[in-house]
Design a protein around this ligand. Structure first.
Ligand code: HEM
Length: 471
């Protein structure tokens, strides 16, 4: 790395990052979120939010929320308090909607009125987003938020260890990746000058970082029980978009009182709303856009569910240099320094694709298998859920539909969606193919044809008895 250039860029970078609300903990706050709203005026909110598991278990939450006063947001004293108010109201909202035998489609003014103002202030939709459930829903007395033994959740629906662990794994992942942000921004900056060495080094660092995150993702199994997750936790995370079958055909009516209000259909909380993973995608040139003109992809829509400054940060990063283009051009060069860049780029995309494959395994364990068991009446007995309230977990799959029809809390058809997200990541790293296309459109078309056809030659070389293995 060039010392002078990098120290100059580092101070500019710190300034830039601050304006996008990115801290030394990346998309997490600089300090542990506050543990209480300081003005006693908000005591009523605090009391309900901290007793959510008990109020839900006894079926008293809806009455408790309807008896609250409609509180003003005027006494929130800092950004950290606005965030805590958003977390409290988001948890109360989802508890209110999904905490009964049937979902409640009208959100009372006790939640709607302050929630609309708080969401507006934070530039977030009025729903329990990933920011509410994970980014701002933890506490720690240590500096390192990636240490799972020293962080704890502020709010849960169930009071279970499974639920806390589910939210905290994401906190640890976000924190662990923090150093990758400045490193990759400097790498993007180095694209202009074709500083291959800086970019290569950064890509190897990124790869190690993603592998560490993979390790944290695998720790989900340690303390989050798939049956508890599927039947008890996940139903509370669902949104109101594409939730007809779960009992919300029109979405949610946000009642503001005095005959005012509006129907809204919003996606629920999903880790797909993590700015971190989208940051990796942008840096590596992974393209999740849909081919249908005018239609937003899940990933584009997920940006609307990120805090405003983080969303703007991703748009800003998209305008910086393309490491992928540089790597494609480097693929055509005999220069060993450039070849090293290609190797590092491919290794980083492979690490991200492997992370996504692991995530698909998790989704199989935590959603697909419990959904199949529920369809056969297994598992629900252990958790005393035979009465089956109407919610996302009661939408079990029938044998002929299979797991292809299952929906995520964010409302996606989850299996095809996750497979595609993984496949486009693999595709991004296929420099041979991309370089081949570039050459075909230029003068060195013969070499391009060779690069594109190489995989076919390998297939033809295989003996007939190997061919079935490829099917
Ligand atoms: C029990 C654990 C988890 C389950 C069951 C799960 C489930 C899902 C589901 C169903 C989706 C589809 C989108 C939707 O409709 O919500 C999704 C998307 C996604 N999840 Fe998870 N998830 C889990 C943990 C995580 C963690 C810890 C991360 C890391 C931050 C993560 C990152 C993502 C991302 C980035 C997407 C968007 C698709 C992609 O870009 O690959 N998930 N998840």
């Amino acid at each position: 790395m060039r010392p002078h250039a990098s120290s100059k860029s580092s101070s500019q970078l710190a300034l830039n990052l601050k304006s996008f609300a990115i801290t030394k903990n990346a998309f997490l706050p600089e300090h542990s979120p506050c543990k209480a709203l300081s003005n006693a005026y908000y005591q009523a909110w605090e009391a309900v939010a901290l007793s959510l598991p008990a109020l839900l278990a006894t079926g008293e939450l809806r009455t408790a929320i309807r008896s609250l006063p409609i509180l003003s947001v005027d006494f929130l004293q800092s950004e950290a308090e606005w965030r805590r108010a958003y977390v409290i109201l988001g948890f109360m909202m989802h508890g209110y909607i999904w905490g009964g035998d049937h979902p409640e489609e009208v959100l009372p003014p006790q939640i709607t009125v302050p929630l609309l103002q708080v969401s507006n202030h934070l530039e977030l939709p009025p729903v329990l987003t990933y920011a509410a459930a994970s980014l701002w829903n933890f506490s720690s007395d240590q500096d390192d938020f990636s240490d799972l033994e020293s962080i704890e959740t502020l709010f849960t629906f169930t009071g279970t260890e499974s639920e806390s662990w589910f939210f905290l794994i994401s906190v640890a992942i976000e924190s662990k990746a923090a150093s990758a942000i400045p490193v990759m921004l400097l790498a993007l900056d180095a694209v202009k000058e074709k500083d291959f060495a800086t970019i290569t080094q950064a890509l190897w660092q990124l790869r190690t970082c993603i592998q560490d995150l993979h390790g944290l993702l695998q720790r989900m199994y340690e303390r989050c029980d798939p049956t508890v997750f599927y039947h008890k936790i996940r139903p509370f995370l669902a949104g109101s978009k594409n939730m007809e079958a779960a009992g919300l055909p029109r979405g949610i009516f946000y009642d503001e009182g005095g005959e005012r209000g509006e129907w809204r259909s919003l996606r629920g909380g999903s880790n797909g709303q993590s700015s971190l993973i989208q940051f990796f995608d942008i840096v590596l040139g992974v393209d999740h856009s849909t081919p249908i003109p005018g239609q937003k992809s899940f990933h584009q829509e997920a940006r609307e569910y990120m805090p405003g400054p983080h969303r703007r940060f991703l748009s800003y990063v998209e305008l910086l240099g393309s490491i992928q283009k540089l790597a494609v051009a480097a693929k055509l060069s005999p220069d060993p320094v450039q070849m090293q860049l290609c190797e590092a780029y491919t290794a980083a995309t492979e690490a991200l694709a492997t992370f996504r494959s692991e995530h698909m395994q998790i989704v199989t364990r935590y959603i697909i298998l419990p959904a199949r068991s529920a369809a056969r009446g297994v598992g629900s007995k252990r958790l005393d859920v035979e009465k089956r309230p109407q919610n996302l977990a009661s939408l079990t799959i029938s044998a002929h539909e299979g797991s292809q029809k299952l929906r995520g809390t964010g409302g996606t058809m989850l299996v095809p969606f996750l497979r595609k997200a993984r496949d486009v990541t693999i595709e991004a790293g296929r420099l041979d193919k991309k370089a081949g296309v570039v050459l075909l459109s230029g003068q060195r078309w013969f070499y391009g044809l060779f690069l594109l056809a190489m995989p076919c030659f390998f297939v033809l070389l295989l003996t007939p008895q190997h061919l079935p293995l490829l099917q």
